[in-house]
Design a protein around this ligand. Structure first.
Ligand SMILES: [Zn+2]
Ligand SMILES: [Zn+2]
Ligand SMILES: [Zn+2]
Length: 164
């Protein structure tokens, strides 16, 4: 799957609008309701390409006068996760909006050490290789957490600029 140049200069409003439109469409298709709190939670997670922790989300929703009791927020998060609208980035214990929610896939992530932006990357080849390697050891693969850390293109370019 193609990821957009999330970390390059881009019109992020476009990311947000697309994500919300996809969410509306998916929910309608599945007969689910994108309630106000679910929608706002998704929007807040999409404020940037930096994953948002549950407590940060809780605080933001509280500020806006939503019922921000932890169960409400966790239920909204569970819904967004189950719908594939967000991914959990385990190593950051935080949530990232998914730009490909309409396609079934696993979240494999590139995490920038510098700006903390997270980008998804294509998983299909790796996924097939993992299943095969695990099977060679008689192991049935059930879950994969692939989170790579490093420097994103933008931060790398900045670092080069500073050293010049
Ligand atoms: Zn964006
Ligand atoms: Zn995704
Ligand atoms: Zn970066």
């Amino acid at each position: 799957m193609n990821h957009d140049n999330s970390h390059q200069h881009h019109n992020h409003n476009h990311c947000i609008e697309t994500a919300l439109a996809t969410a509306e469409a998916l929910c309608a298709e599945q007969g689910q309701r994108l309630t106000k709190v679910r929608r706002r939670a998704l929007e807040l997670i999409w404020e940037s390409h930096r994953p948002l922790g549950a407590y940060q989300l809780l605080a933001k929703l509280a500020e806006e006068g939503f019922n921000s009791a932890p169960p409400t927020v966790y239920r909204a998060l569970d819904f967004l996760l189950a719908a594939g609208l967000v991914h959990k980035v385990e190593s950051m214990n935080a949530y990232l909006g998914c730009a490909h929610a309409d396609k079934v896939h696993k979240g494999y992530f590139l995490i920038c050490d510098e700006c903390r932006n997270v980008m998804e990357f294509d998983y299909q080849d790796i996924h097939a290789a993992l299943i095969e390697k695990a099977a060679q050891q008689g192991f049935e693969l059930r879950a994969e957490t692939i989170e790579l850390t490093g420097l994103c293109a933008k931060c790398k370019a900045q670092a080069v600029g500073e050293n010049a």
